[in-house]
Ligand binder design. Structure first.
Ligand SMILES: [Zn+2]
Ligand SMILES: [Zn+2]
Length: 434
């Protein structure tokens, strides 16, 4: 059991932020041979029938073994091995969701996912919509979505995060995680570094638009990323301690999202850039890049933009704001149509919900001037882009868009238009007013 994580399980918290928080996860085990505890957990909780979801690779490295152990413990196992798409990849899309549904008999009481982020997203959604609990057996410490509630799915080519549920228990087997490719470990670390800019973006929303903000969730997210940066050498060398800290960080970040019920603490402009790149690669039928690898590189780009804010004085900011053209719903919709093509209507619906109230640009500009000191303090708290690059390099992750394999035109387009991926205030939305 992980000390850091288990203090939060099964707790109801009346929080200072005004919300009541609850963590529905019952058990988190991060240790060597954690997978061996799954059968015992199922028996303990009276579950007799499960559906095990994996892909061909994760079935080979872990799923097959787990199935054997479960059957040995008299548990009935149905199997769903998610097929690859035309690009030889498993994607969290309509096809994979339907396959999982078809492979899950009505009598299955629990889903067990053996795999990395994408498989978790599929199962998280299916489990939620069929009102079944699910157990998580991660095969790589590559994303912070294991413990989370949102399922990022690709629907009609558009990446959208659908509210779903958290796993009932997580069994992270360090022996298994140690076999993960270095690129996936680096990706998990990159996803964690992104918390620095996502937290800053959330603070901007709080200061400039009075967005709901939870100190506790923000603090846990910060602790999660610090667990990782404090152990960067161990993570680079893939020691048990390094893998433990990275996995704890990833799961703790998930818990901080669970507290508030959305991904705001852990996903800001760096994720919007990553999602934008992902959608374009998908449209162009190119191979997908690891989520955390994209997020890590995008974090460096966003940190550079926070750095740039530090050089702007309050009076310069006021002068720029006075001159800048405020975006309107009309001009934004036009821009979205040009940038998003077939997905435009979905993106417009995300940005201008029918019952939502728009942001008054003049009031926002006045607020930015008034709160410029706070904005600078938020920027100051983001680590230097140089430091983020050193960390990424240490774990052998890509640092630049070139190393990642995203061409300059796509980077440029994303810096312009990725802000529309989510209707959330971020550094990109601030910068277009300045
Ligand atoms: Zn992420
Ligand atoms: Zn709170």
């Amino acid at each position: 059991m992980s000390e850091i994580l288990n203090t939060w399980l099964g707790r109801k918290i009346d929080c200072e932020c005004g919300q009541q928080h609850e963590i529905p996860i019952r058990r988190i085990v991060i240790e060597r041979d954690a997978m061996k505890q799954v059968a015992h957990y199922l028996n303990e909780n009276g579950y007799r029938e499960v559906t095990l979801v994996a892909d061909a690779r994760t079935y080979e490295v872990a799923g097959g073994k787990l199935r054997e152990w479960l059957e040995h413990a008299q548990i009935k196992v149905s199997l769903s091995v998610i097929r690859q798409n035309a690009m030889g990849e498993v994607a969290a899309n309509e096809e994979a969701i339907v396959q999982t549904l078809l492979d899950t008999p009505l009598s299955s009481e629990v889903l067990i996912v053996v795999g990395s982020g994408t498989l978790h997203d599929i199962v998280r959604f299916v489990a939620h919509r069929t009102k079944r609990p699910f157990l998580s057996v991660p095969t790589a410490p590559s994303v912070d979505g294991f413990a989370s509630v949102g399922a990022p799915l690709i629907v009609r080519g558009f990446k959208m995060t659908i509210p779903a549920g958290a796993p009932e228990a997580i069994f992270a087997d360090l022996a298994l995680l140690a076999q993960a490719p270095q690129a996936m470990i680096a990706a998990g670390f990159g996803d964690m570094l992104g918390k620095h800019t996502s937290l800053a973006d959330w603070s901007l929303g709080r200061v400039l638009l009075d967005e709901h903000y939870c100190e506790l969730s923000a603090r846990l997210t910060r602790e999660a990323v610090e667990l990782c940066t404090a152990h960067v050498e161990e993570i680079a060398q893939r020691t048990d301690l390094g893998l433990l800290k990275l996995t704890e960080g990833l799961i703790l970040s998930g818990l901080s999202m669970l507290l508030v019920g959305h991904s705001r603490p852990a996903s800001g402009a760096e994720h919007h850039l990553s999602h934008y790149w992902e959608m374009v690669l998908l449209q162009q039928r190119r191979r997908a890049l690891l989520h955390g690898a994209k997020v890590g590189v995008a974090t460096v780009l966003m940190a550079q933009r926070y750095e740039a804010l530090l050089g702007i004085t309050a009076s310069e900011a006021a002068a720029r704001l006075a001159q800048s053209q405020a975006p309107s719903e009309l001009t934004d919709a036009e821009r979205i149509r040009q940038a998003y093509g077939a997905m435009a209507e979905q993106v417009i619906a995300e940005n201008f919900p029918a019952n939502g109230k728009g942001v008054d640009a003049a009031a926002l500009k006045a607020r930015i001037v008034q709160k410029w000191g706070d904005v600078q303090a938020i920027a100051q708290a983001v680590p230097a882009s140089e430091q983020l690059s050193v960390w990424l390099e240490a774990v052998q992750g890509p640092v630049t868009t070139e190393q990642l394999g995203v061409e300059p035109e796509l980077v440029e387009a994303s810096l312009q238009d990725a802000l529309f991926v989510r209707n959330r205030f971020t550094i990109l939305r601030l910068l277009r007013l300045l």
